[in-house]
Design a protein around this ligand. Structure first.
Ligand code: GDP
Ligand code: FO1
Length: 327
């Protein structure tokens, strides 16, 4: 069950998976694990509910960073160096924009631009983000299902001492500099869990839910803020496992521990467990943090969670699947 080694074969367009795994994910950290899972699972077995709280409109274009990081990563097109956007990118558009005195704080590569233009005009024509993501995934040859958390607008707002910032203003323009006082997921109260997410959670093939090693505050909380999402996750009746995004007292990348400190939370894997307590049934802890395993008071799987290489991503994926089978 659940692994390619267990007998599944590569096959055609439709899902051949008898068992499925659903990952709840943000951008770069989540996509690393998703790539590992996609590589070790049978085709079609991976479904991913992705954060859309980072989405915004820039230069008239609808930008969905976590969806696109997931799409590019699973298609093998991701820019590993930047952690966002496409590999082998060119930047003529940005250079010309700069020469015209236009805004350059948020960089759109020439190739990446095509996806934003295509999505923006399809949204304007009435298509849903879900259907566009599924279609783009198919065009990129991705066999996993990439599902936005909602088709309704949810925007993460960051309250800082200097005022409230839109997520990308905080993250990219201000480089996460201002101290976070509070996060607000604007629109979440009225948003509905996407139909595709609900279907994936009700699918009788579902065997486990994995909360990716994503930023709990910026990437996972917006997903959990959509009314009905927590109930749907718990209601799926399968083990929910979170993978630590923290090793020791540090994040592998990004502002996770800075934000934890600013919110008055001790940066540690234990704090991540507390954040998810009541939702999760088990926790994947980094082996370097073995000394805190006993304090977790939930089933724990230890492994080296650092994913630098493709082999690392597959190793962590196998570790998660083995844990899912065990609990
Ligand atoms: P973003 O939306 O692009 O910021 O990406 P995510 O929220 O999905 O991921 C950011 C989180 O991923 C950070 O807290 C990182 O510590 C974590 N992360 C990134 N790479 C790794 C890794 O190799 N191993 C582990 N355990 N966590 C990672
Ligand atoms: N991140 C940056 O740090 N600088 C950028 O100029 C930038 C552009 C960009 C364009 C498209 C896209 O999908 C993502 C982009 N990101 C950029 C990533 C950024 O949006 C964040 O990493 C995520 O929102 C956090 O998940």
């Amino acid at each position: 069950m659940l692994s390619r080694e267990a007998g599944a074969t590569k096959s055609g367009q439709t899902s051949m998976a008898d068992d499925s795994i659903l990952v709840v994910s943000g951008g770069v950290g989540g996509a690393k694990l998703c790539l590992g899972l996609q590589r070790v699972l049978p085709e079609g077995a991976l479904r991913i509910i992705v954060n859309t709280g980072d989405d915004f409109t820039h230069l008239g274009l609808y930008i969905s960073p976590d969806l696109d990081t997931t799409l590019y990563t699973l298609a093998g097109l991701a820019n590993q160096e930047l952690g966002w956007g496409r590999d082998d990118e060119t930047w003529t558009f940005m250079r010309v924009m700069e020469s015209l005195g236009g805004p350059t704080w948020f960089k759109l590569g020439d190739g990446d631009l095509a996806l934003h233009v295509e999505r923006t005009q399809r949204l304007a024509a009435g298509e849903t983000l879900t259907s566009i993501a599924a279609d783009v995934a198919q065009h990129l040859g991705i066999r996993s299902r990439i599902i936005p958390m909602s088709d309704d607008p949810v925007s993460t707002l960051v309250q800082t001492a200097d005022g409230v910032l839109g997520f990308q203003e905080y993250f990219v323009r201000e480089r996460c500099g201002p101290a976070v006082i509070r996060l607000h997921f604007q629109g979440a109260e009225a948003a509905r869990v996407s139909v595709a997410a609900t279907q994936a959670l009700r699918d009788s093939s579902l065997r486990a839910i994995v909360i990716a090693p994503s930023n709990p505050y910026l990437s996972i909380d917006p997903i959990l803020a959509v009314p009905g999402m927590r109930t749907a996750l718990r209601g799926a009746g399968v083990p929910i496992i979170a993978v630590t995004p923290i090793i020791g007292d540090a994040a592998v990348k990004g502002p996770t521990t800075k934000i934890m400190r600013e919110l008055g939370v001790t940066p540690s894997a234990l704090s991540v467990v507390e954040h998810y307590r009541g939702l999760i049934d088990g926790f994947v802890l980094d082996a370097r943090d073995a000394s805190v395993a006993e304090q977790i008071q939930l089933p724990v799987q230890m492994c080296d969670t650092l994913m630098l290489t493709l082999d690392d991503r597959e190793r962590v994926a196998r570790c998660v699947l083995e844990f899912a089978r065990r609990i």
